[in-house]
Design a protein around this ligand. Structure first.
Ligand code: SF4
Length: 188
């Protein structure tokens, strides 16, 4: 983890963005599991791009929380936007840190995966693999986000518990290097 803390002024609300790339939204559900702390959080932050705001682009932010790994061209674009706009970028959860469950497909050929999903199932033997140019291009592997952009902090868990997320964010908001106590780190 990086030594210096989030460079923020205590006199203004911090802007925070969140995104789910190749993830299951479980980490975002855990973020909501901070329960009553959400009031304290909203006293201190304004949300930018996030599934919670439905904003589609990210403006300049203090903190970006990224759930999920990178599995397609749109993920790459969104992640680079987050890195460019967020002073502090956090890989939240196992999928962002190491690819997680979506990376299970990494030992398979992506073409064979698409064919198995769209052409090899009962009743789909004449179906085409979708190739509309508006669809994001799948990558041949699912990548952890640090393979695409620089990451400032890693918050492990699948998902990290609400308590772990709250402890982590509280440290960031207070300008401290975030630390999550060991008992809060688990993967169930
Ligand atoms: Fe879902 Fe776990 Fe990945 Fe979070 S780390 S997006 S909970 S699979």
């Amino acid at each position: 983890q990086r030594k210096e803390a989030c460079p923020v002024s205590p006199s203004r609300k911090l802007r925070v963005a969140t995104v789910s790339l190749a993830g299951c939204f479980g980490c975002h559900m855990s973020l909501l599991d901070i329960d009553e702390h959400v009031f304290a959080l909203l006293d201190k932050v304004e949300l930018d791009r996030s599934p919670l705001t439905d904003l589609k682009t990210c403006g300049p932010c203090d903190i970006g929380l990224v759930e999920g790994g990178v599995c397609n061209s749109e993920n790459v674009h969104v992640l680079r936007e987050f890195r460019a706009q967020c002073k502090t970028l956090v890989a939240m959860g196992a999928c962002a840190i190491n690819g997680g469950l979506p990376a299970q497909r990494n030992h398979l050929d992506v073409g064979q995966c698409l064919s198995a999903v769209f052409q090899s199932r009962p009743g789909m033997d004449t179906a085409e693999v979708p190739d509309d140019p508006e669809l994001p291009l799948p990558l041949d592997k699912v990548h952890p986000i640090h393979e695409v952009v620089r990451v400032d902090y890693f918050l492990p868990g699948c998902p990290p518990s609400g308590e772990a997320i709250w402890q982590f964010i509280s440290d960031l908001l207070a300008g401290r290097t975030p630390r999550v106590s060991y008992p809060l780190l688990h993967f169930d």
